[in-house]
Structures are given as C-alpha cells and as structure tokens.
Write a protein that binds this ligand. Structure first.
Ligand SMILES: Nc1nc2c(ncn2[C@@H]2O[C@H](COP(=O)(O)OP(=O)(O)OP(=O)(O)O)[C@@H](O)[C@H]2O)c(=O)[nH]1
Length: 306
C-alpha cells in the first residue's frame, strides 16, 4: 500500500514566494497554501497538515500570532511550524523559536536546504506520532490502553458535565479465563483476548466511542452521548452475542461450552456530585452482579435526570 504524500501548508502573503516553495514539494507532497494568518488557522485545524511553513509579516494577524494560536490549541499543537521570513535578526528568530517553531529559515531561501530541513522535520514528526500512538495502545490487542482509557474518560466526563448528555461505561470481563489459560495455555489465551477485542471494536459504531483493554482480561468501552438504556443494552448485547458467535471452545467453563463474557454497564447524566471514578465503580458493581448471577450476562445501572 502506498502511503499518502506528506501534507504541507505554506503561509505567505506573496504568491511568488508560495510558488517558489511549492515548486520544491509539489511532486511528492500535497501542498496547501494561505495568504493570511486567519485562513492559515482555518486550514491547519481542518486539513491537519504534517508541517507548516509560515511567513512572519502577514496582513492582520502576523506569523508570530498564528504560531502562538496553533500552539495553544490541542488540535494543532503538534503540527511542526517552520518560520520562513525576511526578518533575519536574532531577536525575531529567538521569539519564533520560543513560540514553539521547530526551525527558522531566512529569505532569500536556499531551495535544497529548505527541502532537506522540511523532510527532516516531517520524519521527526512521524516518529513522534508513532511514539505517541504506542504510548496509548495496548500491545496485545491493538485497542486503547488503560492510560488512554483514563484520559478519555476524564475528558468525556468534563464534556458531559457541560452538555448534560448521558455518558455510558461498559466494563466486561471474560468468564473463567484463568481456567481457559490453565486448559489451553497462555498463547491461546492471548488469541482469545485478541478475538474478543475485534468483537468489541465491531460492536461500537460511532467514531467517538472508545474501546480499551482495561486490565488483564477486562475491557472498557466509553460511549459518549448515549440514548435510552435500551440503546446501551443493544451495544452490550452485540458484544455478548459476538463473543458467543466466536465459538471459542472452553471445556472447563461451568457457564457454557464456549468462551463467554460478563458485562457491567453504567449509564448516567453527569453531575458535579459524580466523578469518572464513580462511573467506574458503578459499572464495576454491575459487572460483579453479572458474575455472581451466573455470568454470560449484562447488568445495567442507569442514573439519568428526570
Ligand atoms: N493469556 C493471557 N491471560 C491473561 C492476560 N492477562 C490476564 N490474564 C489472565 O486472566 C485470568 C483472570 O483470572 P481471574 O481474575 O481469576 O478471573 P476468571 O478466571 O476469568 O474468573 P471470573 O472472572 O470470575 O469468571 C488470570 O489467569 C490471568 O493470568 C493476558 O494478557 N494473556
């Protein structure tokens, strides 16, 4: 599979300057351009370029201001910015770098040098992105890891406090998994975890939903802005049925001849009396109930506003 070309945004109020730089990259990059700072911010937030080449002297909002705004927004903070400017003095260069730019190039530019610098910074950005991704991914299943789960739950909780929408958490645990490992070995156990992870991913339809490996054989699903409990149960039921449909034999399980899961669900309208931890506790209590009532089932606690 061919990787998409890196996307760069050139910001300059002089079209001839844009053309000069664009010529260097057009063959193997996707080149976007803007002639004002305001337009640059819009394009950065929507097109998410891999790198921005930014002039300082722009009409209205200058390049320093543009850079400061890019670095203050969660969405754009990680896009590398290189200043390309006629302002060659040390004070301006220091200011640009202090604002978070990765490089500072003075005009007139030396085209081969600009090309190499841009290529290097895009490579560094990709390496950073890979590391960031690894840091929040569970190595065995490819789902989000506990760190990403905790971060996302905290952010979603804060967002739901403002929006007054319902937030749902599903915790699910494989039934008799210790016995499964003891019977079939740890490697088959790992295969089972991976297969269940795929079922969970497929059961969640929205891009804002997050599936994570919460602990050893426990998974967590964060479902923002959920509808009535019946909708939530439908998601949990897709997971439960999906795991049954895998038909992974489990001869030592006292629950079924195949691997099954138990699910605890908490769905609620968030208030300032609640916390992400309370939501986890509620889902965990329901999971415990599902286990104690015989496993391979869903228990739900719903606390929504009248
Ligand atoms: N193969 C494999 N096993 C794991 C992994 N992480 C945790 N486990 C196992 O999951 C098992 C969890 O066992 P328990 O917590 O006793 O629960 P259980 O046997 O599933 O019993 P119930 O939850 O009560 O149905 C332990 O044997 C762990 O070693 C993993 O990454 N791979």
């Amino acid at each position: 599979m061919q990787l998409p070309h890196p996307r760069i945004l050139i910001v300059d109020d002089e079209i001839t300057n844009i053309e000069l730089i664009a010529d260097l990259f057009e063959a193997d990059h996707e080149v976007l351009f803007a002639t004002t700072g305001a337009r640059a911010l819009e394009i950065a937030a929507t097109a998410m370029p891999d790198l921005i080449l930014l002039d300082v002297m722009l009409p209205g909002m200058d390049g320093f201001e543009v850079c400061a705004r890019l670095k203050s927004e969660r969405l754009t903070v990680d896009i590398p910015v290189i200043f390309v400017t006629g302002m060659g003095d040390v004070v301006a260069e220091t200011r640009g770098l202090a604002l978070g730019a990765v490089d500072y190039i003075t005009k007139p530019i030396n085209p081969p040098v600009v090309r190499v610098r841009v290529t290097n910074h895009i490579e560094l950005k990709k390496a950073r992105d890979r590391l960031t991704q690894l840091a929040v991914t569970d190595g065995l299943t490819g789902l989000a890891n506990r760190r990403r789960f905790d971060e996302t739950l905290g952010l979603e909780f804060a967002r739901h406090l403002r929006s007054h929408a319902d937030l749902t958490l599903i915790l699910l645990d494989i039934d008799h998994f210790k016995l499964f490992n003891d019977t079939y070995g740890h490697l088959r156990g790992d295969d089972c975890l991976r297969a269940i992870a795929r079922v969970i991913e497929r059961a969640m339809y929205r891009v804002t939903d997050l599936a994570a490996r919460y602990g050893g054989e426990e998974f967590g699903c964060i479902l923002p802005e959920t509808g009535p409990p019946s909708d939530v149960i439908a998601v949990a039921e897709r997971i439960r049925q999906g795991v049954i449909a895998l038909e992974i034999p489990h001869q030592t399980s006292s629950t079924a001849a195949h691997v099954t899961v138990s699910l605890g669900v908490a769905t609620q309208r968030c208030t300032s009396d609640d916390s992400p931890e309370l939501l986890i506790t509620r889902a965990d209590e329901q999971l415990y109930l599902a286990k104690s009532q015989g496993r391979n089932q869903i228990c739900l606690a719903s606390v929504t506003a009248m």
